[in-house]
Design a protein around this ligand. Structure first.
Ligand code: PLP
Length: 409
């Protein structure tokens, strides 16, 4: 493949104009939007209005006059339209970790005759940790169990699984679970499924309602570009909502928060999955990120994401040696990232970041490259691999300064 051919792909890319909506620093090729999405150009003005006018001038009146109070539901429905959820089933709230806890506790209540919380070994740690926390809070009734990815469907058939918690797009390898198939297999044995969509929402089309999904959670700061620590989201299928007494029964999930009743009366529908006062500054930034998706054809986004990943794999294999592909080779089985393994992955990634190609490293040996179709060009993939090849050919990664591990990798 020549650079001319790659430039032609950029010139005819149906999403090419979207890049203009984002701030991409000069000299940076950003392949880490799966960890922290870039800044939309409209965010600073929206935040400035939020801070100076809505907070500074309108003050407490803003809960009504600027509709702060409905932000979790309003943003939730916008997220819902990206993940195949009809309105009234998603709220933007809290962190993904906290929402995992809400979903696990709800699922275990709905399946109170079953005792196992199940996930896969090597899942994103917070998911497994939250299972342990809930199991320990429940006394003996619940156990947290991790089995190998290849054993998950088999393990389900024992019939004792209350909730299966899986990350649809694996954070390290990008491997995709088949949501429709796994949900069906879980329902066959009356297990409920919680899908962690942290690396799926905004990265590929998701069809929660069509897959008959039960619960889902996900991040606002990755592909949704909501900013560091942005509010996360939780989806609860309408059929389950009314049957759950929330474990995190905060006042914002009460049927009438401003009645200030002594006793908890769970709110209608998805409202009861809210807990405390929403972080309105974070909601403001997230909403800008979400509104960008209003005009995006998710099928076109998926096609581009697959082509970016395929191109990366092809160029890495043609131009470097010593790397092992850690992601599925077939694009349909992959999210929007490609990971490659190398024993010296940490130092190699640091050397690459020093040259302005930003990916990340996941222990013990994974170099992770996220391809965010809204702002990544085919020519960026070309440049990134050229730099990677150069880092390897010149052995520049062997410089001692690249071996010192920072707190966040
Ligand atoms: C990024 C990520 C999270 C993050 O959870 P926080 O509570 O926002 O820190 C959770 N799950 C998965 C699968 C992730 O990739």
């Amino acid at each position: 493949m020549t650079l001319d051919e790659i430039n032609a792909l950029d010139a005819t890319d149906p999403l090419r104009e979207m890049r203009d909506l984002f701030t991409i620093p000069d000299g940076v090729i950003y392949l880490d939007g799966n960890s922290l999405g870039v800044l939309p150009k409209a965010t600073p003005d929206a935040m400035s209005d939020m801070i100076h006018r809505q907070w500074g001038q309108d003050l407490i009146r803003s809960w009504n006059s600027n509709d702060w109070i409905n932000a979790p539901r309003r943003l939730g429905d916008k997220i819902g339209s990206l993940i195949g959820a009809a309105p009234g089933q998603v709220v933007a709230a809290d962190s993904t970790s906290v929402n995992v806890f809400k979903a696990l506790s709800a699922a275990s209540q709905l399946n109170s005759d079953k005792s196992a919380l199940l996930s896969e070994t090597g899942n994103f740690p917070t998911d497994a940790y939250m299972m342990e926390g809930l199991a320990s809070a429940s006394g003996r009734q619940l156990s947290a169990e991790l089995v190998e990815r290849s054993q998950i469907l088999e393990r389900l058939t024992k019939g004792d699984v209350a909730a299966l918690l899986l990350t649809q797009t694996h954070y390290k390898t990008g491997a995709l679970w088949d949501m429709a198939e796994v949900t069906r297999r879980a329902h066959d044995v009356d297990a409920l499924v919680i899908w962690d969509l942290s690396h799926s929402a905004g990265a590929l089309p998701v069809e929660l309602d069509a897959c008959n999904a039960d619960f889902a959670v996900g991040c606002g700061y990755k592909y949704l570009n909501g900013g560091p620590g942005a509010p996360a989201f939780i989806y609860v299928a309408e059929r389950h909502q009314g049957k759950v007494m929330p474990a995190l029964s905060g006042w914002m999930g009460h049927a009438a928060p401003f009645a200030f009743d002594d006793r908890y009366d769970a709110g209608k529908g998805i409202d009861r999955f809210l807990c405390g006062t929403p972080g309105i500054l974070g909601m403001c930034a997230l909403e800008v990120g979400l509104d960008i998706f209003a005009d995006v054809d998710m099928a076109a986004l998926r096609r581009k994401s697959q082509m970016l990943g395929d191109l990366f794999i092809k160029l890495v294999e043609e131009n470097t040696s010593g790397f092992e592909l850690a992601s599925p080779r077939v694009a349909e089985h992959r999210g929007s990232q490609v990971s490659i393994r190398h024993r010296d992955g940490y130092a190699i990634m640091q050397a690459l970041i020093d040259r302005g190609v930003i990916g990340d490293f996941r222990a013990p040996d994974i170099l992770r490259f996220g391809f965010t179709p809204l702002y990544t060009r085919y020519s960026d993939v070309w440049t990134a691999v050229s730099e990677l090849a150069d880092v390897m050919n010149t052995n520049s990664w062997k410089d001692e300064k690249y071996t010192v591990r920072a707190a966040v990798t």
